[in-house]
Design a protein around this ligand. Structure first.
Ligand code: ADP
Ligand code: MG
Length: 762
């Protein structure tokens, strides 16, 4: 009961905040005319006065100033709803604002506000292209107030990055920002780091970054020759036969060794039992990975072999996923299966999930068209509130009820019919499919009808954006895979709106979903592409009882329905059932998320402690102090040396071992995670067991790092050139590279070993 009361009170608080914002915005509009008489310098000065001391003294006046400046610099006079959104962002909310309502401007105005209050802002985008585009577009507004602005993109070198990160407002794609964090954690002199601390993360498409991709690890690896390969295991697994040695479950997501299979592997490897303590966390994991690679990952569907390398196919986007790898052991297993050089030679130096990356910011706020459906996650995982912002113009989109068919074949036929019908009138149609195979099959069926189709499988974000921008063109049919082109505005009648009114008369953009997504939120992302800024539009989803969502969400429940001669089912009961199935899959996803979160949380806490220690070693003479205390004799032999050289030598030594131990710790915990589900079989609660081991291991990390540093300090040559670590075989990797662990092919809901690993990486 108390709980209910609490949330009700929170809700009331929220709507009070919203009401207050509305009042402030009205007040702001009233003051605009007067402020527009001020010249540029006076206006900028006014903004500085209003934000002096790092607080906003008169929000209404401040919004009015921002508005006038926006009109002057960008030619965009903010709509009242945009000003309201700016206020909510400045107070640290995630705002929900529909597609096409102008979030880019909102983000830039809020970032300007933060900047004027002396806070450095990272405006985080989902890709390189959007970071560059938005920074360039919004630059006149931000610099109007004397603030500096820049964009981080993949191609920038360290020098340029350092310069951009020193700006007040920095646009950057989330993965690049994360990679820089990881690389900066390897420097031994502060001046080699590229990032300057930021106070605020303002996240665009916040649900993607903070929820969908939150648990994706970013990885920094370094060269390290001579690591063992998986050769022998691959050899024996290659000889295993389905049914006899292993079985695959119905949805082909999990594979299990049979007893006969285990015996065969044990025989070939000359070990007594795979399930011994000695092998459970190592050999068995590798055997399962090799088996997964053999039995479930299919060349040209899940990956390509190109130029002697395995390239992942990103199933949802339908293209080769640059910079993505499977969790390490699996990548190696696939390479071994294909007889390629196993790239395992590298060593993981550090990894960070997007979730942990976000924790580094004192303040996080964000914007997206679909925040409301993620309210629970945003509150549970980040303590963030969602503020829903009204549309500037009332929504004119018509969301049709789902069209439900008994079989996929009947559904597909109906989809082609419907698109053909819409197309006959010239109404533009955007079709959201679930994977490449589906998009290509549909495109082919449509071309057979003589309909020209733009299939979205572009190789880069800029080209994708261009195709999406044209999706509202008269008579255009665009077939895309999920999420394609998020961040790009679809205008009616082409990007320049040349035929806007004509297309509007035809009913605007029609969006068709070829099946429901795993969450309502993803459905709404697709729907949201139609009906921007009061334009007419249509959204319509097709569903078949054979769709994944229905099958997995409704497992076990039997339903009966009476389809018509085209296979269509019109029954409220079935419509409710479909909605129910989707809620079930949503629940499953949330559960996996919450579970994985727990695993990651502990490492994230440990990372905070590690970071703090590292920063102190980097920024203070602590390393020298500690080492000379622990090894006074050696220290005294260095008294002739320059103080700076001495301190840096000590720092290099301490940091080398600290980083080394941290990387080891991550590797150990990774192994533990991979084997923990096997332990679950042995009836331990996995998460408790994991915590116990993590805490124990971490305790020894700090101690070992210092002990080893003392040892090195005593033995290594230290002279005017510093500590000669390489002489002692303690060189840092000569090359490093970064990648994201792919959206995981293993994710399933079974409790097999391999799906266990999968879930943990999701
Ligand atoms: P969102 O990110 O919310 O989907 P965008 O920031 O991409 O939307 O903006 C969509 C379009 O709306 C852009 O072309 C932009 O120029 C236009 N726009 C934004 N704010 C305004 C405004 N106040 N007045 C006129 N056009 C605007
Ligand atoms: Mg946007």
């Amino acid at each position: 009961m108390a709980f209910n009361w609490f949330w009700k009170a929170m809700g009331a608080q929220q709507s009070r905040n919203q009401k207050r914002s509305v009042a402030i915005v009205e007040d702001a509009s009233a003051r605009t005319a007067e402020l527009s008489h001020l010249d540029d310098a006076a206006l900028a000065q006014r903004a500085r006065d209003l934000t002096a001391g790092g607080t906003l003294s008169d929000p209404a006046e401040f919004l009015a100033v921002l508005g006038v400046a926006s009109e002057r610099t960008l030619g965009l006079a903010p709509f009242p709803v945009q000003s309201q959104a700016v206020l909510r962002l400045l107070e640290g909310d995630v705002i929900q604002m529909a597609t096409g309502e102008g979030k880019t401007l909102v983000g830039a105005m809020a970032a300007t506000g933060f900047g004027l209050m002396g806070k450095r802002v990272h405006l985080i985008t989902i890709n390189d292209y959007l970071a560059g585009r938005d920074a360039e577009w919004m630059q006149p507004l931000v610099s109007f107030f004397g603030l500096s602005v820049g964009a981080i993109t993949e191609k920038l070198g360290p020098e340029e990055r350092r310069r951009v990160y020193a700006s007040d407002v920095i646009y950057g794609p989330v993965n690049e920002i994360g990679f820089d964090v990881l690389r900066d954690q390897q420097v031994t002199r502060r001046r080699d780091a590229v990032q300057a601390p930021a106070d605020v993360a303002l996240v665009d498409e916040a649900d993607s970054v903070l929820v969908d991709e939150a648990l994706v690890p970013l990885v920094l690896a370094g060269s390290q020759p001579g690591v063992e390969t998986t050769g022998k295991i691959t050899e024996v697994v290659r000889t295993l036969r389905e049914t006899e040695h292993y079985s695959i479950d119905d949805d082909r997501r999990n594979v299990f060794l049979t007893d006969a299979g285990a015996t065969r592997v044990e025989g070939a490897l000359g070990i007594s039992s795979l399930y011994d303590d000695e092998h459970i966390g190592t050999t068995l994991v590798r055997v399962n990975l090799a088996l997964h690679a053999k039995a479930l990952l299919i060349r040209d569907i899940h990956y390509l072999v190109d130029d002697g390398k395995v390239a992942l196919i990103d199933a949802s986007r339908g293209r080769v996923a640059d910079l993505q790898r499977w969790p390490d052991g699996l990548q190696a297993a696939v390479e071994a299966k294909e007889g390629l050089d196993v790239t395992e030679g590298g060593r993981i130096l550090d990894t960070i999930t997007l979730q942990a990356l976000m924790r580094r910011y004192p303040m996080v706020c964000g914007m997206t068209g679909t925040a409301v459906e993620a309210t629970d996650q945003l509150r549970q995982f980040y303590g963030l509130h969602v503020s829903e912002i009204e549309r500037n113009k009332e929504l004119q989109r018509f969301d049709e009820a789902d069209r439900i068919y008994a079989t996929a074949a009947e559904k597909n036929r109906a989809i082609v019919e419907e698109i053909t019908l819409l197309h006959t009138n010239g109404q533009p149609v955007l079709v959201g499919t679930h994977d490449v195979a589906e998009s290509e099959a549909l495109a082919e069926a449509l071309s057979e009808r003589g309909i020209e189709v733009n299939v979205l499988n572009a190789k880069n974000d800029a080209e994708e954006a261009r195709i999406v921008a044209e999706a509202g063109d008269l008579g255009r049919v665009t077939v895309s895979t999920q999420m394609a082109g998020r961040g790009t505005d679809i205008r009616l009648g082409g990007a320049d709106e040349r035929d806007h009114d004509g297309v509007a008369t035809l009913g605007g953009l029609a969006v068709i979903g070829t099946s429901r997504h795993r969450t309502v939120r993803l459905d709404n992302q697709l729907r949201g592409r139609a009906g921007r800024q009061g334009d007419p539009g249509l959204s319509l989803f097709f569903v078949s009882l054979e769709d994944d969502v229905v099958v997995s969400g409704g497992s076990g429940e039997s339903i009966t329905a009476q389809p018509d001669e085209l296979g269509r089912i019109t029954s409220n009961r079935i419509a409710n059932f479909v909605a129910h199935c989707q809620r079930v899959t949503e629940g499953q996803l949330l559960e996996i998320h919450a579970q994985t979160w727990k695993y990651n949380q502990l490492l994230a806490d440990q990372r905070d402690i590690f970071d703090e220690r590292r920063a102190r070693l980097l920024d203070t003479p602590l390393a020298w102090e500690e080492l000379s205390q622990r090894a006074p004799e050696k220290a005294s032999t260095l008294s002739e040396l320059d103080e700076g050289v001495r301190e840096q030598a000590a720092r290099d030594i301490m940091l080398f071992h600290l980083d080394n131990e941290w990387a080891e710790h991550l590797a150990v915990m990774d192994d533990v995670r991979e084997s923990i589900h096997l332990r679950a079989i042995a009836r331990e609660t996995p998460i408790d067991e994991y915590h116990r081991i993590a805490v124990r291991e971490f305790k020894s990390v700090a101690q070992r790092a210092v002990d080893e540093a003392v040892e090195t300090f005593n033995t290594v040559l230290i002279d005017d050139a510093g500590a000669h670590l390489a002489d002692n075989g303690l060189a840092r990797p000569s090359a490093t590279w970064t990648y994201m662990v792919s959206d995981n092919p293993l994710a399933g809901s079974g409790n097999s070993v391999v799906s266990g690993i999968g879930n943990l990486f999701r």
